[in-house]
Design a protein around this ligand. Structure first.
Ligand code: ADP
Length: 356
């Protein structure tokens, strides 16, 4: 599998890394790519997805046809880009990775579509952010493998149909609900990635530790897994952070105690919540009696972007049952109050009238 990239910088990076994600390149992207699974065996968890994919891939190979277009959705860091890479390598085809915000002008998407070769995979991250024009270019491309281009103006305008190679589009999104239905309907397979169990994340941690030559015990891996919010990307980051602590403060080896102590210092609690998550829950409790309160109000009070709150903080808080989404806004659940060691407003009232 090889990567074709969008610019020179990406091309260089793509040579070092098997998968490059243009919108999320940050200093440790090389790290992320170095530990990214390349086949089904090293892609941990998501069993139902893997089983389905193996059949789809085998059928496509036997028919000698390209794969159906696929849409993967779920919170960031659960392995959407990674599974797209696994699919490409299993099919022995190239994958071209881009993201919707970088397809601003019609020529961006047209350029990419025209440069694809038969069977190749086009991966579009954050596909819910595609603009209307780009979407409309994609419809015939996905359905009939053609580009409909208009030349000339008003009455003299002509539509040209340009044939495209048969490619597979893999879309990824954190918000499947924001995709327009014509676009959603053009995917042959739509799959939601699930949060990982502690056992699965412990395997992710052990695998990463092995690649990075970090000495870790089973207890150490489990301690990190428990605080990783069901997310492999977070598990991988924490292995690295804890390993730094283990080298500097201990003898280099990560066991349960070293992991717990390091994560306490990093202020990641036993639910995996960090300062931002706790600030969000505390804000709703302290300023809004536990809610409900609107997401914009929360974001403004925390000086955070609404999208960050919705995409990064909330999914796990909701899944862990600490936060609830209601038609009137977000509410902290009784479990959320307990987790922060606070009393529910009703308990406070009861206590107050009792004491009175
Ligand atoms: P997404 O595209 O959903 O935001 P990525 O595919 O970029 O997430 O995954 C983030 C990191 O997590 C990757 O670098 C990869 O190493 C790790 N990862 C994701 N899914 C798995 C998995 N199933 N098994 C092992 N590691 C995984």
């Amino acid at each position: 599998m090889a990567i074709i990239s969008d610019d020179e910088g990406l091309e260089k990076r793509a040579k070092r890394n098997p998968i490059v994600k243009p919108e999320t390149i940050e200093y440790d992207n090389t790290f992320e790519n170095s530990i990214r699974p390349k086949d089904f065996d090293s892609y941990i968890g998501q069993t139902a997805l893997k089983e389905t994919l193996k059949i789809i891939l085998e059928a496509a190979k036997r028919r000698g046809k390209p794969l159906d277009h696929m849409l993967f959705y779920g919170p960031p860091g659960l392995g959407k880009t990674t599974i797209a890479g696994v699919i490409a390598s299993q099919m022995g085809v190239e994958i071209r990775i881009t993201s919707a915000p970088s397809l601003e002008r019609p020529r961006d998407i047209i350029g990419i579509l025209m440069s694809l070769k038969g069977g190749e995979i086009l991966f579009i991250d954050e596909i819910h952010r595609l603009n209307k024009v780009a979407e409309e270019i994609l419809y015939p491309a996905m359905e009939d493998f053609t580009l409909d281009m208009t030349t000339g103006k008003s009455q003299t305008a002509k539509t040209l149909r340009v044939p495209l190679p048969k490619f597979t589009l893999i879309g990824a999104t954190t918000k499947a609900g924001e995709l327009s239905s014509p676009l959603r309907d053009r995917f042959g397979m739509i799959h939601r990635l699930e949060f990982y169990t502690v056992e699965e994340l412990a395997k992710v941690v052990e695998r990463t530790a092995k690649i990075l030559e970090i000495d870790i015990t089973k207890d150490g891996a489990e301690a990190i897994a428990k605080r990783s919010r069901g997310t492999p990307r977070i598990a991988n980051r924490l292995v690295k952070r804890v390993s730094d602590f283990a080298i500097v403060k201990y003898d280099g080896k990560i066991d349960g105690r070293v992991a717990d102590e390091s994560l306490d210092i990093l202020k990641i609690d036993e639910f995996g919540l960090d300062n931002t998550d706790r600030a969000l829950l505390s804000l709703i409790i302290d300023k809004y009696d536990g809610g409900p309160v609107g997401i914009e109000t929360i974001a403004a009070a925390l000086s955070e972007d609404v999208r960050t709150i919705e995409d990064v903080c909330e999914p796990y808080l909701l899944q862990a049952g600490l936060l609830q989404r209601t038609p009137r806004g977000r509410k902290v659940s009784p479990e959320g109050f307990r987790h922060l060691g606070r009393k529910m407003p009703s308990e406070q009232t009861r206590l107050f009238s009792f004491d009175d």
